[in-house]
Design a protein around this ligand. Structure first.
Ligand code: CA
Length: 372
């Protein structure tokens, strides 16, 4: 093939572009070119708040990486300044900040907004629900993201999945959990539907942002906390102030994290910038899960080796009680909230369907691997 000089290449490209434009104008003479498709030279300087402490490993760092990808892919046309929780606004005011347009983007977890609309909780995780792989399948391929988009549109927000923790740990306790009775009177930091389940079994769920948990646990403001998994929990230092570290994360089997954009501002962007934001969000979704999966075992071992904290597994009987309480919480929620019912029906139908497949693929594979 003949190698084109730079001049010839530009000339040919210009000819081809001209021909394409002529073709388009012949094809649709009266139609105006829609403005979102024009790559304009307009520059955007956006602000992003997060619910994570500043420069937090994986989650905060991931948001900074997201901003760098967007700037590189847009050729510098979009610059995003990232603020950790508390730097610009308190962490748990992110929803209002994006809704009002004070900032254009936030990264966090949708279950933090249960007080604004209880249906938001389903888009993070459901106790005893789907894992990361299954949740992504529901969101991207099973109508989950469509429902989330419909819900957030009511608040002038546009959501995208923006990270996943994988299966979490049940959390840090200072007393052993031998029966469901041990949850009675327990004051624990645990957000979302998991928190409602804790209340159902006699505990008191507290919602606090990441930056406040360590001090609250150390000072006895709370008796127990969950956070994510070994990598992040080690960085938070919980192994130095709690006696027991329990598995499994029944309450968060694969928590989807979120990007939310101010919908009015997002819709005004040219199509290429909208696509860049969506694609970079999907990249972060994969990167966050990969980093947690890659590092959790390394840090589980460090917790075992470096701290007196004891790693334990919740008794089967306790998990059965928690599952029954989860069913009660979900039943009550969908009875009183119309949109929660709509989302739950989609979620549970998808879960039943995918579990039929997972039982003969993932489950058999894990079981067989143990025999090898
Ligand atoms: Ca958690």
């Amino acid at each position: 093939m003949k190698k084109l000089s730079r001049k010839e290449f530009i000339k040919n490209t210009a000819l081809a572009t001209g021909a394409l434009m002529a073709f388009n104008s012949c094809k649709n003479e009266s139609a105006e070119i829609e403005s979102p498709n024009i790559i304009s030279k307009k520059h955007y300087e956006w602000k992003m708040v997060t619910t994570w402490p500043p420069n937090f490993p994986v989650l905060g760092e991931g948001c900074v990486a997201f901003a760098q990808w967007v700037e590189a892919m847009s050729g510098g046309r979009m610059k995003i300044k990232v603020y950790g929780g508390g730097e610009l606004i308190p962490a748990l005011q992110a929803f209002e900040a994006v809704n009002s347009g004070a900032v254009e983007i936030a990264n966090g977890a949708s279950y933090y907004w249960a007080g604004i609309n209880p249906a938001t909780q389903f888009f993070t995780t459901v106790p005893f629900g789907m894992n990361a792989q299954q949740v992504n399948a529901w969101l991207y391929q099973g109508g989950g993201l469509d429902l989330w988009t419909e819900l957030y549109a009511e608040y002038n927000l546009k959501p995208f999945p923006g990270g996943n923790t994988g299966v979490q740990m049940a959390g840090w306790f200072n007393k052993e959990i031998k029966s469901i009775e041990d949850f009675k009177g327990l004051k624990m930091r645990i957000p979302g539907l998991g928190g409602k389940v804790l209340n159902e079994v006699g505990g008191t769920a507290v919602l606090s942002a990441g930056s406040e948990i360590y001090t609250n646990l150390e000072r006895g403001v709370i008796d127990a906390t969950e956070w994510i998994g070994p990598y992040h929990d080690y960085k938070m230092g919980f192994q130095n102030i709690a006696k027991y570290y329990y598995a499994p994360g029944w309450h968060e089997p694969g928590s989807n994290l979120e990007f939310m954009f101010n919908k009015r501002e997002f819709d005004k962007l040219p199509l290429d910038l909208q696509t860049i934001l969506e694609v970079c969000a999907a990249k972060l979704n994969l990167m966050v899960l990969s980093e947690f999966e890659a590092k959790n075992n390394i840090y589980l071992q460090k917790i075992k080796d470096e701290s007196p904290a004891e790693v334990k597994i919740l008794p089967k009987d306790v998990l059965n009680h928690l599952k029954n309480a989860t069913d009660t919480v979900l039943r009550e929620l969908i009875e009183r909230d119309r949109f929660s019912r709509k989302v739950f029906e989609s979620y549970s139908k998808f879960k039943t369907n995918i579990m039929n497949w997972s039982n003969i693929s993932e489950r058999l594979y894990y079981n067989d691997m143990n025999q090898l």
